[in-house]
Design a protein around this ligand. Structure first.
Ligand SMILES: Nc1ncnc2c1ncn2[C@@H]1O[C@H](COP(=O)(O)OP(=O)(O)O)[C@@H](O)[C@H]1O
Ligand SMILES: [Mg+2]
Length: 230
C-alpha cells in the first residue's frame, strides 16, 4: 500500500512585493496510513506551509508531492479539490466555524461541496457529532459552545468525509490545558479506533510527546525526525 502522504524535496516560495520568501527549502517526508505524528518548530519555521501542502490547500513551488500515491502536479485544481475532500480533514487552531450556523450544519458543510443530498448530510453530520461526544449540541451555534466543544465540532467536520488523514494545525493552541487534553484524547481515540492518520502541529512538548513520531522543523527544513512509528 502506498504512503498516505509523501513529499520529495518539496519547496514553497512565497512572492511578497517582489521579494521571494522561502518558507520550505527542501522537505522530504513520508506519512504512512494510521500514523500519529507531531510537527514541532519555532514560529515562522514553515509548519503551517507544510500542513497546507500536505493537505492540498496549496501546491509546492518545486518537488514532488503525492497524496494516496497520486502526484498532485498531475491533477487539475478540481481533481485536487476532489482528492482533498475524499482523503483529508483539516482542524485549525481557531476552529474556523461559521458563526451563524448550527454545529450540525457546520459539520455537514464539506459534504455540500461533494454534492451529498441534504438528508444524508444531516445524518452523517449527526453521526460525526456523536463520534466526538456532542449529540446533545446539534443545534447550538459556535457562540453557544465552549472552546473545547467548538474544537470538537471542527474535528467532527474534519471526519465527516471519512478521511484517511486528519491534519491539525495547533489544535490545542487556543485551549486551556485540561480542554486541550480532552481534544488530544479524542484525536488519539480516532487514530486508534478508526485508523485515521493524525498529523498535528504543536508548540507544547507535552502534546508532542503523546504522538508516536516527532518531526522537528527549522528554517524551512526538517532538522530531526524520530521516524515513522507504529
Ligand atoms: N502567504 C504568505 N505570503 C508570504 N509569506 C508567507 C505566507 N505564509 C507564510 N509566509 C512566510 O513563510 C514563513 C513560514 O511561515 P509558516 O509556514 O506560517 O510558519 P509557522 O507555521 O511555522 O509559524 C514565514 O517567514 C512566513 O512569514
Ligand atoms: Mg503556523
Amino acid at each position: 500500500m502506498s504512503a498516505a502522504l509523501e513529499a520529495l524535496d518539496v519547496t514553497r516560495t512565497y512572492q511578497m512585493e517582489g521579494v521571494a520568501v522561502s518558507a520550505l527549502r527542501g522537505v522530504s517526508l513520508q506519512i504512512e496510513q494510521g500514523e500519529f505524528a507531531a510537527i514541532l518548530g519555532p514560529s515562522g519555521s514553515g509548519k503551517s506551509t507544510l500542513m497546507h501542502l500536505l493537505g492540498c490547500l496549496d501546491r509546492p513551488t518545486t518537488g514532488v508531492l503525492r497524496v494516496g500515491g497520486r502526484e498532485v502536479a498531475e491533477l487539475s485544481d478540481s481533481e485536487l479539490a476532489e482528492l482533498r475532500n475524499n482523503t483529508i480533514g483539516f482542524v485549525f487552531q481557531s476552529f474556523h466555524l461559521l458563526a451563524r450556523t448550527s454545529a450540525r450544519e457546520n459539520v455537514g458543510l464539506p459534504l455540500v461541496y461533494q454534492g451529498v443530498p441534504r438528508a444524508e448530510r444531516r445524518r452523517r453530520a449527526t453521526e460525526a457529532l456523536a463520534a466526538v461526544g456532542l449529540s446533545h449540541r446539534l443545534d447550538h451555534r459556535p457562540s453557544q459552545l465552549s472552546g473545547g466543544e467548538q474544537q470538537r465540532v471542527a474535528i467532527a467536520r474534519a471526519l465527516v468525509g471519512d478521511p484517511q488523514v486528519v491534519l491539525a494545525d495547533e489544535p490545542t493552541g487556543n485551549l486551556d490545558t485540561r480542554t486541550g487534553n480532552e481534544v488530544m484524547e479524542l484525536l488519539e481515540r480516532l487514530n486508534a479506533e478508526r485508523g485515521v492518520a493524525v498529523i498535528l502541529v504543536t508548540h507544547e512538548p507535552e502534546v508532542a510527546d503523546r504522538a508516536r513520531r516527532q518531526i522537528h522543523i527549522r528554517d524551512g527544513l526538517i532538522e530531526r525526525d524520530s521516524g515513522a512509528g507504529t
